[in-house]
Design a protein around this ligand. Structure first.
Ligand code: ITT
Ligand code: MG
Length: 308
């Protein structure tokens, strides 16, 4: 028999999941509840075990309370917490953990993007803020693992990132796998864009390698045709993932230009305007980029997919 925990006054229940390292928080009747407990869960909850919390009404502070009650019970440690702008966890009067949090207001939804790339995240933040979503990425959850991109296609890698993190958190998760595809290089660097000049290569090293590869073979502009590609995957528990793509045609400049953006932006010349992506403001890039086009395709399918 699973041990069932219940909040002292509210109809909020919890039980421990054996052999499943997830934290699932469900709200039966209302909106999904956003509660900043993942870091604490992955840090302190016994390894190999998960927790499912079911709330009958939306009461984030009481869900917190029940979570810490269970944590104390399963660890035998007297963890205490306080919650304001910052969530702190204490043991025997000693501060163990501090994290800036905002308990979700009903109007604002949060979407987790399975990326550690702050350049991508900035672009998504701007695009999603117009849709009423706040964005978090994996840098907000240091306890979540890095997902190895072992796939040979953008879709395989985007699925790996979205589905792994969704399984671990029990939340809906978006992932982006993207890259630059240069015609004369047969589509390279493609899925290897982040690692073109070697594992953990800097953007500058990747750009230098690209210029080097094109120096002898591709002198004329028509030989320097390229496109940016994005595949987006949204994964959620008990659902088949949603997959969409977007592409942005252009060519590779002979010298880097512009200071904005990230990655290959200083070398990627937009076909329409002749400017590099790094010469555009974030807003301008978000009108035309591969990521923006993929998001547009996502928004066409997302509402129907959410209803399924
Ligand atoms: O996997 P995550 O954590 O999302 O971050 P990443 O940087 O490894 O991202 P990818 O695996 O999708 O690799 C894509 C690489 O392609 C490049 N890239 C993707 N989109 C870009 C853009 O909009 N502008 C410039 N370069 C981009 C950039 O070098 C990225 O590191
Ligand atoms: Mg990556």
């Amino acid at each position: 028999m699973k041990k069932l925990y219940k909040h002292t006054t509210r109809d909020i229940f919890a039980f421990v999941l054996e052999d499943q390292r997830v934290l699932k928080i469900e709200n039966i009747f209302g909106e999904p509840i956003e509660i900043p407990l993942y870091s604490v869960f992955f840090k302190y909850f016994p390894a190999e075990q998960g927790l499912k919390i079911i709330a009958v009404d939306e009461a984030p502070a009481d869900v917190m309370d029940l979570f810490f009650q269970v944590l104390r019970d399963v660890t035998g440690q007297d963890y205490q917490y306080s919650l304001g702008q910052v969530l702190t966890v204490e043991l025997s009067g000693q501060n163990l953990h501090s994290e800036t949090v905002s308990l979700k207001s009903k109007a604002q939804k949060t979407l987790l993007i399975a990326t550690r790339n702050e350049g991508k995240t900035r672009e998504f933040k701007a695009m999603f803020s117009q849709l009423g979503y706040a964005i978090k990425n994996l840098n907000d959850f240091p306890e979540l693992p890095d997902v190895a991109e072992t796939g040979m296609t953008f879709e395989e890698n985007a699925r790996l990132k979205a589905e792994t993190i969704s399984e671990l958190t029990g939340e809906m998760v978006l992932a982006d796998d993207s890259g630059l595809m240069v015609d004369v290089l047969g589509g390279l660097p493609g899925v290897w864009s982040a690692r073109f000049a070697g594992d953990h290569a800097t953007d500058a090293a990747n750009n230098a390698k690209l210029l080097h590869e094109l120096a002898s073979t591709a002198i004329s502009p028509e030989k320097r045709k390229a496109k940016f590609h994005t595949t987006l995957v949204v994964a959620a528990p008990e659902k088949d993932s949603l997959v969409v793509e977007g592409e942005w045609p252009g060519e590779i400049a002979t010298i880097p230009k512009g200071d904005d953006g990230f990655g290959y932006d200083p070398l990627f010349v937009d076909e329409e305007t002749g400017r590099t992506a790094a010469q555009m403001t974030l807003e301008q890039k978000n009108q035309v980029s591969h990521r923006a086009r993929a998001l547009k395709n996502l928004l066409k399918k997302w509402p129907e997919w959410l209803r399924q």
